[in-house]
Design a protein around this ligand. Structure first.
Ligand SMILES: [Zn+2]
Length: 425
């Protein structure tokens, strides 16, 4: 454990510390943030952390709406220009990029939380780690600083240069590699890494590392233990990180960020109790540049609240999908990642690659939902297999599908993020 006195602190004590931070953060927002002064007008701003659900949620679109050419950060900006130390941008999938400003303290807290999350995997000072992120303008660059904080010898090789990566693994013999699960799968399919020096594969940047069948495939291909980490650009990098027990991610950013769960359709608060699922909502506790209150992450998670043998306290989460990918098939919520998880259990007959192909645009769909399932190399399509997969999907996810088996290699591989849904244009 990187910081045992923090990471193993009894959870009620953590909540007491966070409660004090929350009051200060709320006062800071009311003093400095025009956005939150307006948003919180008419709300009781004397509430404590236990009553946080009485305050309104923050949506990404609301923040975006306050940006102007004069104020590209929007009205939630709290810091003076001279206080900013770093400005990241998002990839801007819906148009212009969003800017994420940080003060020196914000950046330091990000790196602290991220270092705890990555160290939870078991990597330790003195070991070598090869990284494959071309961080450029994106927040992932700050995550790379957490490797220095842990005391690792960091070997950056960037994305899109598999030869350089494989060469670095062969010659420099790192104990760990950090990459997206898609890229980890791509490498394992195309290179024999089972006897490499890599003992730990740390995956982040998209879903997959926590899906049992997908994880098994990665672990077999790499001959290494696979653990995952997860962050969200607007709130922080690698906020969550999985330990060697591989049973959900711990909140490495504890003390800096407060986590809640809501029911996505209504926004109603849910208890963070064992087995609960819902959308993750995050609140900054000690942020300065542009802190966010009850920010909807669009990540759907499942909670583990049992105590973890590693000694870290607090609830753990596993991400099961993104709101934006969710389909509703005759009233049933279906996440493409959950389809992949069910299908992957049919290995070694299937490759683990799938593509959900809804027939119409939008969230609501009529059954059957078309799903393409890629066969493993050398496997011949058999109607019985398609039926068995369809039956299993219906049993586990309560959704009727039409399963089309497609030859190995026919679904697109990505070195960064896999596409799991193809919507009609
Ligand atoms: Zn643990």
């Amino acid at each position: 454990m990187l910081e045992p006195e923090v990471e193993s602190r009894p959870w009620p004590e953590q909540l007491a510390v966070d409660g004090a931070s929350f009051r200060e953060q709320l006062a800071y927002l009311l003093e400095r943030s025009a956005f939150y002064r307006q948003k919180l007008a008419g709300h009781d701003t004397t509430v404590g952390l236990a009553e946080i659900a009485q305050l309104p949620l923050t949506e990404k679109d609301e923040l975006r709406a306050t940006r102007t050419s004069e104020n590209p950060f929007g009205t939630q900006l709290c810091a003076e220009p001279h206080e900013l130390l770093r400005i990241y941008s998002t990839s801007g999938t819906t148009g212009e990029p969003s800017y994420i400003p940080l003060t020196a303290g914000d950046l330091d807290n990000w790196v602290t939380g991220s270092a705890r999350s990555y160290a939870a995997s078991g990597i330790s000072a003195g070991q070598r780690i090869v990284s494959t992120y071309n961080a450029g303008p994106f927040v992932a660059g700050a995550a790379l600083a957490s490797f220095d904080r842990i005391g690792l010898c960091h070997i950056p090789v960037g994305t899109g240069n598999t030869d350089r990566l494989v060469h670095a693994i062969e010659r420099l013999r790192p104990e760990a590699a950090v990459l997206t699960p898609s890229y980890a799968a791509y490498l394992a399919e195309n290179h024999d890494l089972r006897d490499s020096s890599v003992e730990r594969v740390l995956v982040a940047g998209e879903l997959g590392g926590g899906e049992p069948a997908f994880r098994d495939r990665l672990e077999e291909g790499w001959g290494a233990k696979v653990t995952e980490a997860m962050g969200i650009g607007d709130i922080g990098i690698s906020l969550w990180g999985e330990c060697e027990e591989q049973d959900g991610m711990h909140l490495g950013a504890r003390g800096f960020v407060h986590a809640e769960l809501i029911e996505p359709e209504t926004g109603a608060a849910l208890e963070l109790e064992d087995g609960a699922t819902g959308e993750l909502v995050l609140t900054h506790l000690r942020h300065r540049a542009a802190p966010l209150l009850r920010f909807r992450t669009r990540d759907h998670v499942q909670v583990r609240a049992s105590s973890c043998p590693c000694g870290r306290t607090g609830p753990r989460v596993r991400c099961i999908g993104r709101t934006d990918d969710m389909l509703i098939v005759r009233g049933v919520n279906v996440f493409p990642a959950a389809v992949r998880e069910v299908v992957s259990a049919f290995a070694p007959d299937v490759s683990g690659q799938i593509l959900v192909r809804p027939q119409k645009a939008g969230v609501k769909q009529e059954p059957p939902l078309p799903v393409s399932v890629e066969l493993a190399a050398g496997t011949v399509a058999a109607p019985a297999l398609a039926h068995a997969i369809g039956d299993r999907l219906r049993e586990v996810l309560l959704v009727r599908t039409t399963v089309e088996l497609v030859p190995w290699g026919s679904l697109q591989r990505s070195e960064y993020k896999s596409m799991l849904v193809e919507r009609p244009s």
